[in-house]
Design a protein. Structure first.
Length: 190
């Protein structure tokens, strides 16, 4: 298995970033939901601190993932993929990247507008990217929540498409992104 992508498969770095970011996103959803719904307490504040800290870490990982993707070839789509599916697949991936960037940025604006200091991992003070402003905080919270629901829809589409390719088309779209892919894995559309 190569670290870099080829025209036929994703490399180890791309796969690792894909699955690590996926797990982090699920963790962010759980932390965010818990922080919002937990009663006011020191634990609620710690949940928000971890949500924000991991959100900024996720932003950095997504930026690295985008740079890696631009520096590597993208595997060719399965040969049986319909012509109209290719631009939809490209558009959905672009939208996923846009939302993966916009979510933590909108969270950072919320944090900045709330004027609450945050040390990432208790070490590095997160700088403000917006002025302290209650109205801006409220607007950014609405944007963040809207992006969350858009993200959920995009993730359902992404997972649904991967499963559709695997079980209906019987191609290797899903298997070539799995951590350990044997040479025998995959197939073509029946």
């Amino acid at each position: 298995m190569s670290l870099r992508n080829s025209d036929q498969s994703w490399g180890t770095v791309a796969k690792t970033l894909h699955w690590f970011i996926a797990v982090m996103i699920l963790g962010m959803f759980v932390l965010g939901w818990a922080a919002v719904n937990y009663p006011m307490s020191p634990l609620k504040l710690r949940l928000f601190i971890w949500h924000k800290t991991l959100g900024i870490s996720l932003l950095a990982l997504v930026l690295f993932r985008i740079a890696w993707r631009l520096a590597n070839p993208t595997p060719v789509p399965p040969s049986g993929m319909r012509r109209w599916e290719r631009p939809l697949a490209r558009a959905s991936h672009v939208l996923l990247y846009v939302v993966m960037l916009a979510m933590p940025l909108s969270g950072w604006v919320i944090h900045s507008a709330a004027n609450f200091p945050l040390k990432l991992y208790g070490l590095v003070l997160l700088p403000s990217i917006a002025p302290a402003d209650k109205a801006l905080q409220t607007q950014a919270e609405l944007v963040h929540l809207t992006l969350f629901w858009i993200f959920v829809a995009l993730l359902l589409l992404h997972v649904g498409a991967a499963l559709h390719h695997h079980f209906v088309y019987r191609d290797d779209t899903l298997t070539r992104m799995l951590p350990a892919r044997s040479k025998a894995a995959g197939g073509t559309r029946a």
